[in-house]
Design a protein around this ligand. Structure first.
Ligand code: ZN
Length: 346
């Protein structure tokens, strides 16, 4: 990921200039000619709230040995790390972000209530703003709409309780699409255009992901003229849905070796292989497999996620020029570009 700007507790941190530009647009009301310091203080408090949220993810993922990197980018930040080994680890890593915001708000409120800082002093007012903002950021991130934390938590919970990952993913994306669309419409009607656009984009991303899941499911259900290939893919699917990714990959490699594999079956085999490889942390393999399935948003996502985890700016730059990159959501592209930019920064 190029040279990080700095590291905190040994966790590398990249900061994109878009991080500050978008925060300035958000809090433009706080910048007044007679009191510029107030605007700067608001900006720093907002940036710190986003940063500490990401540190919640980063410290928890480091605890599980997942080698996190924090990136502060436009409209917030994200923490790239290797895939969690269990659903429980995944849940804890994701939940730690909003939890951090609520903990900060509680501490600040506690200090104000205890009278440690006067409520009407400038510091007191800044602390009130900071605690409100942290609650806001925590709640916003908990909306059950991918790619927000709440969407990830919803998917983990559904995978845990439905135990069929395709079905769980389909419901996650349906809820993301429905709720994201409703909220986007609501914010648009309130004239809150930035929120309307952000939530609208999230809804659209869920719509495309839903199409991918449906296509994958159709491939599974398609009539199979070759019983041997069909049987292998059925076993691969069962293993995949049971979370036994290594076994799923074994069945896929066997299917791949069959001579009468149809193009749809081949595509399907690469699809399972890519996701399974990403889940077990074979990132290079996952990218290689995902590249074999063109025109799939989900496969482009797999490539993007793996490349972010690998943090190789050169390969990301190459990927951004490939047709697959055009399938990614704008936020994902921004994340990738942020990595390239921070590698190019002196
Ligand atoms: Zn988060």
């Amino acid at each position: 990921m190029g040279q990080p700007q700095f590291s905190v507790f040994g966790i590398p941190v990249h900061v994109s200039m878009w991080h500050f530009i978008t925060l300035m647009i958000f809090f433009r009301g706080a910048f007044q000619a007679d009191n510029l310091m107030f605007g700067v203080a608001i900006l720093l408090v907002a940036s710190a709230s986003v940063f500490l949220h990401e540190m919640g993810h980063a410290l928890t993922s480091r605890h599980f040995g997942l080698q996190p990197t924090v990136v502060l980018t436009g409209f917030g930040g994200f923490t790239a790390h290797q895939p969690a080994r269990t659903l429980r680890d995944d849940f804890l890593v994701v939940a730690a972000g909003p939890t951090m915001n609520f903990a900060i708000a509680a501490v600040l409120y506690g200090l104000l209530l205890a009278g440690a800082v006067g409520v009407e002093t400038p510091v007191g007012r800044l602390m009130q703003f900071a605690s409100g903002l942290n609650i806001y950021w925590g709640v916003y991130n908990l909306l059950p709409i991918l790619p927000l934390d709440g969407g990830h938590l919803l998917r983990v919970l559904l995978r845990r309780f439905i135990r069929k990952s395709l079905k769980a993913d389909r419901w996650t994306h349906r809820i993301g699409l429905g709720l994201g669309g409703l909220l986007a419409a609501y914010f648009a009607s309130e004239g809150q255009i930035i929120w309307a656009v952000l939530l609208g984009l999230a809804a659209f991303e869920n719509y495309r992901a839903l199409q991918d899941v449906n296509r994958m499911d159709a491939d599974f259900r398609a009539d199979r003229p070759h019983p041997r290939v069909g049987e292998l893919l059925k076993q691969a699917r069962a293993a995949f849905e049971a979370g036994n990714f290594e076994a799923a990959m074994r069945f896929c490699h066997q299917a791949r070796a069959e001579p009468e594999l149809s193009p749809a079956e081949m595509r399907h085999t690469w699809h399972i292989l890519a996701i399974a490889a990403a889940r077990v942390g074979d990132l290079d393999d996952a990218i290689r497999f995902a590249e074999r399935v063109p025109n799939s948003t989900e496969m482009a996502q797999v490539q993007a996620t793996c490349l972010l985890s690998l943090g190789d700016a050169g390969r990301i730059r190459q990927f951004l020029r490939a047709p697959a990159a055009t399938l990614l959501a704008p936020e994902r592209l921004d994340e990738l570009k942020a990595v390239v930019r921070s590698a190019e920064a002196p």
